[in-house]
Design a protein around this ligand. Structure first.
Ligand code: CA
Length: 711
């Protein structure tokens, strides 16, 4: 059994390369005064430019030529753990961060490997709520900067891949030292490397830090929530947090409070403002976090900071007293547009809470919020202040009753970035329409370092089988072409299942995006009509980019199904079909003739022969413990939709090997953490008893009804 598992984790088959000949370049990339002198076009920043619009001003690949688009080359990433990176392309080199923060520098024209760098963070991977993923690196001044899962910020020499400096961004003596993680891409702003962190589900206090790009010395730090009253941070945030401390109650600092800035960080050089999107409260349940009182600033907010000092300039809170993991960390886009007859410098965001926000980015003035997906948590948004009128039923911590709510904690839109086309004036949003029940779990004791939301959950989901089936059947996802001025969709494209890839818009009249089914698709940016697609052999969540070298336009995307939904969604995340496959960087050009080697997904392992000896008390305990310690990787209901072992089918069940792995760390090298000190042998026994029950339940279902992991 173990051997079979190990084999599945080994590197996948090598790729096939088939480069088109140099003279077959399509789209007028010949010599002479025209296209031939076109300079190279880089993708130098996370969102391509400082506006972060993810718009490529390239049109060789367009609505007329896109049918000729083909694979130029593929670069095998030798992992199946998921890819979220936006590649950076400068000076003819692509820089990507694969799972476990392994950086690859690749010739952007040929796909030839130049160097790789492995920071060896496998032991820290269980800190991440949502897989050992990275959303990318920053490249500036001949250096590559990356924040890694264990909290380090590392500077590499861009030519050699050798480390230049590294610094630990997390206070190792602090109470939450091992609970932070970094999955977001750093930004280089005015000579500083700015980086946030994640971990609010494990009990942390959010902050962003700026380090001198040359030396790695801390320039400033801004905490997003207040610390223990009476204790100063001596940080850029001190004055601002003193003013908002009254928006908190109880003993939030014991759990950190949350507010982690784990993704969106953008910069307007003209205004000299950095925009930070902040996350949810820690724990989600405000009764535990803040005695159920207060707005809890700066949770679920966009905060504008002075770039050189990190000082507070303005903030806008989307969700006062967040209770549903409604982060405001989703990508932020800057644009200049006319709103209500007035020219405005705006920022736009489609955060988890289901409303599309437009703010004046100079002042923070609220301009509009419009629901872009169905939602039932807010009656309305005050048109003057932007404050939501929250429906009483949504406050489960006051009513004591669960509320079946839309959007779910996964959001109407999550981290896969939206894109804006100045050509059409539309924002393209990879959106989803999924609900979930939120109810209090007042008995959940706080274990810092375990997944702790204070919201009722269980390994099987806190839902009846009928509710689960209804949710499964009703889950939707759509690519929305959103008109921010008219505040409504221009068109939508229905997707097969939730959690699809980030998007790219181009001057060729196209929108590119991967999906949960494992295809990269090009859509007409004005109609939504799919014009081209490619079988990537794995679900895609990362956003594509585009660049031009030697007159040839390329489209590049990291292919690899991973991250929060694939890992945790269980049977819900299987709706698109199981889409685990070889992870690769895929690069396309007109008349590319490359082919991927054939891929056949491995058959699931057979169910082990196990005997159900669990007592009702053990089963209930195991269910709850699984939800807090195991579900983040092994899936709701122990149904694995990601690359991790499906524990209903592990041959370790009923053997001594089970506790050797869980408590003893026997598979630590493969990224399975050691839980000694966090779980007792009796608790591990309860988890195993529950897994045996789940294994037998689903085995019986398959035998009786011939169906697999039904909702
Ligand atoms: Ca969260």
């Amino acid at each position: 059994m173990l051997a079979a598992r190990l084999r599945r984790l080994l590197p996948v088959a090598a790729l096939l390369l088939a480069l088109p000949s140099a003279c077959s370049e399509g789209g007028g990339a010949g010599s002479g005064a025209g296209a031939g002198t076109q300079g190279d076009v880089a993708w130098p920043l996370h969102g391509r430019t400082e506006t972060a619009q993810r718009f490529a001003e390239l049109d060789q690949i367009n609505r007329e030529t896109v049918s000729r688009l083909g694979l130029a080359w593929a670069y095998d990433l030798e992992t199946d753990r998921g890819q979220e990176t936006t590649p950076i392309m400068v000076d003819g080199v692509l820089y990507v961060a694969s799972a476990y923060n392994v950086v690859h520098a690749i010739d952007a024209r040929t796909g030839k490997a130049l160097w790789t760098y492995d920071p060896d963070v496998r032991a820290a991977s269980a800190r991440s709520c949502c897989g050992p993923v990275s959303r990318g690196v920053a490249v500036a001044g001949g250096r590559v900067y990356m924040g890694v899962l264990d909290g380090r910020l590392i500077a590499l020499d861009a030519k050699s891949g050798k480390p230049v400096w590294e610094t630990q961004t997390i206070d190792q003596s602090g109470p939450f030292a091992v609970n932070y993680t970094i999955t977001g891409a750093p930004r280089v702003i005015k000579g500083n490397v700015v980086i946030g962190n994640g971990g609010a589900e494990f009990g942390v206090r959010g902050y962003v830090s700026a380090y001198d790009a040359a030396t790695g010395k801390l320039s400033w730090r801004f905490y997003t929530v207040p610390g223990k009253p009476g204790e100063k941070d001596n940080s850029a945030s001190d004055a601002a947090l003193a003013k908002v401390q009254a928006s908190w109650a109880g003993e939030w600092w014991r759990y950190g409070g949350g507010g982690t800035a784990w993704d969106a960080i953008e910069y307007d050089p003209e205004l000299d403002l950095i925009y930070i999107g902040t996350g949810n409260g820690s724990p989600w349940n405000p009764a535990m976090r803040s005695d159920g009182k207060g707005d809890n600033l700066f949770l679920s907010s966009i905060v504008a900071l002075r770039a050189s000092t990190g000082e507070y300039v303005w903030h806008f809170q989307q969700v006062p007293g967040d209770s549903w993991d409604y982060t405001a960390t989703q990508n932020i886009i800057l644009a200049d547009m006319e709103i209500g007859g007035k020219a405005r410098k705006v920022l736009m965001q489609a955060p988890k809470n289901g409303f599309f926000y437009i703010l004046d980015r100079a002042t923070g003035e609220f301009l509009s919020a419009t629901a872009y997906v169905p939602q039932n948590w807010a009656k309305s948004i005050d048109p003057k202040t932007g404050r939501p009128d929250i429906v009483p039923e949504a406050r489960y911590y006051l009513t004591g009753k669960p509320h079946f709510q839309f959007p779910s904690s996964g959001g109407g839109h999550n981290w896969p970035p939206m894109a804006f086309s100045p050509r059409t004036g539309l924002v393209y949003i990879p959106a989803q329409d999924v609900g979930m029940p939120f109810g209090p779990n007042p008995t959940e004791d706080q274990v810092i370092g375990a997944y702790t939301s204070g919201v009722a959950m269980s390994g099987g989901g806190a839902m009846s089988a009928a509710d689960r089936k209804a949710l499964y059947d009703s889950m939707k996802a759509r690519l929305i072409a959103w008109d921010p001025v008219a505040r409504k969709p221009r068109w939508t494209s229905e997707q097969a299942a939730p959690f699809n890839g980030g998007l790219l818009a181009t001057a060729g009249g196209l929108v590119f995006g991967g999906n949960a089914e494992g295809r990269l698709v090009a859509y007409d940016d004005e109609t939504g009509k799919p014009l081209w697609s490619f079988d990537a052999q794995t679900g895609i969540v990362a956003p594509p980019i585009s660049y031009r070298i030697d007159g040839v336009q390329y489209i590049a995307v990291m292919a690899g199904w991973g991250g929060g939904w694939p890992l945790t969604g269980g049977v819900m995340a299987l709706k698109a079909g199981k889409t685990i496959g070889p992870n690769r960087l895929l690069v396309f050009r007109l008349d590319g003739t490359g082919k991927l080697p054939p891929f056949t997904p491995a058959d699931p392992l057979p169910y082990p022969d196990v005997v159900d000896k669990g007592t009702p008390a053990q089963i209930a305990q195991g269910d709850a413990l699984f939800a807090r310690f195991c579900l983040r990787c092994h899936g709701s209901g122990a149904v694995s939709a990601g690359a991790y072992p499906d524990l209903r089918r592990t041959g370790l069940l009923g053997t001594r090997g089970f506790s050797q792995v869980v408590l003893g760390g026997a598979l630590a090298e493969l990224g399975m953490p050691k839980f000694a000190g966090k779980l007792t042998p009796a608790q591990v026994g309860a988890i195993e008893a529950w897994l045996v029950r789940r294994s037998l339940e689903d085995r019986r279902l398959e035998q009786l009804e011939g169906r697999k992991a039904a909702p």
